[in-house]
Design a binder for this molecule. Sequence first.
Ligand SMILES: [Zn+2]
Ligand SMILES: [Zn+2]
Length: 351
Amino acid sequence: MKTSSYAAQSATSPLAPHTIERRELRPDDVGIEILYCGVCHSDLHMARNDWGRAMYPVVPGHEIIGRVTAVGPEVIRHKVGDHVAVGCFVDSCQHCDQCHQGNEHMCREILTETYNGRDRLTGETTYGGYSKHIVVKDDFVLRVPEGLDLARAAPLLCAGITTYSPLRTWNAGPGSRVGVVGLGGLGHMAVKLAVGMGAHVTVLSRSKAKEADALALGADRLLDTSDAGALAGAASGFDLIIDTVPVKHDINPYVPLLDIDATLVLVGQLGPLDELFTVPAIMGRRRIAGSMIGGIPETQEMLDFCARQNILPDCEMIRMDQINEAFERMERSDVRYRFVIDMASLPARAG
Ligand SMILES: [Zn+2]
Ligand SMILES: [Zn+2]
C-alpha cells in the first residue's frame, strides 16, 4: 500500500512530502494509522547523516501513537480499533538470550530500527513515523493504556523509556536520591518519572536559570554546579544521577556527588566526553554506566505506569509541514520539551 510521508532525500535536503510503500500484512503483522509522532534528536541526526549510516530516503520518527486498522490472521495481542504505540525498534531475532529476557533492545543479532533499519525478511529499508501508516509485527506493538492522553503520549516511546529504564535498573523509589543533568526532552521526563516513583529529585544545572522550570516539573530542588560551596555540600548525596546531556561535556563535577556504590548513568551523549579524573570513582567504588531505551516488556510497564500516575511529557504540537522549523528550534533547545506532530496535518496523498 502506498502512503504519504515526509522524507529527507539527502543529508542536505530539508524534509519534504514523499510517497512510500508499506508492505502487505504478513500473518503476524498489525496495520496502524499513525495519529501522532514525537520528534527526537535522533530524527534530525539521521536525516542529516550525522552518524554516517543514513540510507536515503530517510523517513524519521520512532515515537509513534496510532490506531489499529488491520491485523493479520496470527495476531493475538491487538485488534482493529485499539490504540497502540511503536517505539525505536520493530523487530529483533527473538531467539537470543537477551530477546528471551525481554531485552530486545540489546538483541545479540541487532534489532531492527523503526527507521533506517533493514527488514529481517526482505532487507528493505524501514521507514518511520513521519507518515500516515505503518505496518509492524504484533510482538513489537505496544498497548496504549486507557486514560493516557494520546496527543501527549508519543515522546514516552523514546524519551520516556530511555529515562524510565535506568531509574528501574538502579531501583529509584521512595527514599532514593536522584539527580538529573540536562533539562531537555530526556531530562524533563527523567524528573517526572523519578518524582512519580517517589524519589527525592534534584536537577543539576550550571546556573540557577532553570530553577523555576525544574520545580515546575516536580523536582525538589536545583543544585547550581557552578557554585563550589553548593557542590561541596552535596558530596556523596546521590544514589543515582541520570546524565541526559547529548553533547561532549565534563562529568567530573558529578562523580563526587555520588554516594558509595552509587551510579552515574549516561543516556544522552553518543561519543567522547571530557577527560575523566578517576580518583572519586575509585575511592568511593562509584560507577559510571550507560543505558539505551528498553525492551518491549519494560516499555509496556512504563506506559502503564505513566497512565496510572498521569505522567505525560510537556509537548508542543506541530503540523507535519513545520518539521524543518522544528528541527532548527530543537537544535537551539527552543522547545519545552518535545515536539509532537499531529498526523492529521499530513494529507493522505503526498504532494
Ligand atoms: Zn529517539
Ligand atoms: Zn535477539
